[in-house]
Design a protein around this ligand. Structure first.
Ligand SMILES: [Zn+2]
Length: 279
């Protein structure tokens, strides 16, 4: 029988460890299985990895009020789940809540494509011209902040408990990393899995540069919302071009690389470092 005690006792450390292990594993398999030079892969990885520097502190900072509010809702029986008879039943507390939170994440993603300020943040994620597992961390700091504010709103609205949040976050980590990987499922298997879950094949279509395909396959873990609301599309890899219309020249990445190099060089030119190098 599965024992989730360790998961619940150290939620943040376990989540970071899981994220780190899975992204590293998928990255290695991508290197081994896909025809791409290690230099190109490393160049792409190094740029996307920079976004961890802004995302991680914001994510960790926002976890604190989120976990506090999740505990508060449970202590005060606050949220829609407490309108149900026997809200502690696992069917309601875990299964129903997981599905509802997944629906709210679908709504969030659709909203991020429609509201101009949110799209300004989210569009950065779509400017990657070579989607792979590292694209998962390519997120504007503004989006990390807004996304977590929405999450806090869900917790208060639904009355999600800490246990549900942790299990959902674990499923999201696996789903988000696997859906961005450049490793695709064979078409037949992908179509079967896609009846319930978002696959890399489905999410690659979401990263196609042209509308209306960019506005399809918004699902986070489950694909049922795209199917239900008519936003599901299947697309072959050969017909998919990653990026965003009007921003396909790689100028943004060039600017980001130049800025990172500028900061790095400035750090290396610090008097202490220069003296140490001279010695
Ligand atoms: Zn999107």
């Amino acid at each position: 029988m599965l024992n989730f005690d360790v998961l619940f006792a150290h939620p943040t450390s376990i989540q970071i460890a899981l994220y780190g292990c899975l992204i590293s594993l998928l990255w290695l398999v991508e290197c081994l299985r896909l025809p791409q030079s290690l230099g190109t892969k490393w160049r792409h990885t190094s740029l996307n990895s920079l976004f961890i520097l802004s995302a991680l502190p914001i994510q960790l900072m926002m976890m604190v009020p989120c976990l506090y509010l999740a505990r508060w809702t449970a202590e005060h029986n606050f949220g829609l789940i407490y309108l149900l008879p026997d809200p502690e039943r696992p069917l309601f507390k875990f299964a129903l809540m997981f599905v509802v939170l997944d629906l709210l994440d679908y709504v969030y993603h659709r909203t991020a494509h429609r509201v101009p300020l949110m799209w300004r943040f989210h569009s950065l994620h779509h400017t990657d011209l070579a989607v792979d597992v590292t694209t998962t961390v390519r997120e504007h700091p503004g989006e990390t902040l807004v996304r977590n504010c929405f999450l806090i709103g869900y917790v208060l609205l639904c009355g999600a408990s800490i246990e549900v949040l942790i299990l959902r976050q674990t499923a999201q980590t696996v789903a988000n990393l696997t859906s961005h990987t450049a490793l695709r499922l064979p078409d037949g298997a992908a179509r079967k899995v896609a009846w319930l879950f978002i696959t890399p094949n489905l999410h690659h279509a979401h990263h196609h540069f042209m509308l209306p395909t960019t506005n399809r396959n918004f699902g986070d873990v489950l694909s049922i919302w795209d199917r239900l609301f008519g936003t599901l599309v299947h697309r072959n890899r050969e017909d998919t071009v990653f990026g965003l219309n009007g921003r396909m020249d790689g100028a943004l990445d060039a600017r980001l690389r130049a800025k990172a190099a500028q900061i790095w060089n400035a750090l290396l030119r610090r008097p202490g470092v220069a003296a140490a190098k001279a010695a």
